[in-house]
Design a protein. Structure first.
Length: 225
């Protein structure tokens, strides 16, 4: 039975990334045969990461980049306890899920979808993929790793069924510890992904030409069917 006359049920909190724009580039959704979802890092924007698509344009692809509220997907470091990054983390994962579902509805199945993220966006893409393991066209986690503190259970269900995964990071990256990148490679590999792990000696937190070339090959493979 409802409460007393005039009483109100507290409204559900609005997910922090709800209603944020998703930018597009490349083929129209109705004509695209494949897709890439690009997820930006902390303090960056959808426009920033979408500009990266110029490095691997393909006429069969639509490129889609969601925007985080306040340019931050979750507030703390990706190594912090999971609860401390809520509700941003769950909201951000839902944003990616909604894009993938919309692509499937438009006739682009997950095996023709590449997920790419840089920095905080890479962590988000990798965590999303692990929680929603299936055959993707490819996954590129550039300077990132699975989310959660050391010792976080990694007993994700599902299989990647041979999905190609590119993990690239500097061994001196100030934000991404090498052991977490290596753990990510092991976990995804154990779930059936074909992982290419590249650890670079050059310092910095950036995307390099070798990583771009690996993604280009991924795009070409999906485009060729």
């Amino acid at each position: 039975m409802s409460g007393a006359p005039g009483s109100r049920t507290p409204a559900e909190p609005v997910p922090p990334h709800a209603g944020q724009p998703v930018l597009g580039h490349g083929a129209d959704l109705q004509r695209a045969r494949a897709a890439m979802v690009l997820v930006h890092g902390r303090g960056a924007s959808a426009e920033d990461i979408l500009s990266l698509s110029e490095e691997f344009l393909d006429s069969s692809f639509i490129y889609m980049a969601p925007q985080a509220s306040g340019s931050v997907w979750y507030p703390q470091t990706f190594l912090a306890p999971l609860a401390s990054n809520e509700p941003g983390l769950s909201s951000a994962l839902s944003v990616i899920e909604s894009i993938v579902v919309n692509l499937e509805t438009a006739g682009i199945p997950s095996e023709r979808v590449i997920l790419l993220g840089f920095s905080q966006g890479a962590c988000l893409v990798l965590e999303y993929a692990a929680r929603r393991a299936r055959r993707y066209g490819g996954i590129a986690g550039l300077s990132g790793g699975l989310i959660g503190p050391e010792g976080t259970p990694r007993d994700y269900p599902g299989s990647f069924a041979g999905t190609p995964v590119v993990l690239g990071c500097s061994v001196a990256d100030p934000h991404i510890p090498r052991p977490r990148v290596e753990e990510t490679a092991r976990v995804l590999g154990s779930m059936g992904a074909e992982v290419t792990l590249r650890l670079y000696p050059d310092p910095g937190h950036t995307v390099n030409e070798d990583e771009l070339e690996l993604v280009r090959k991924m795009v070409s493979a999906v485009s060729a069917g």
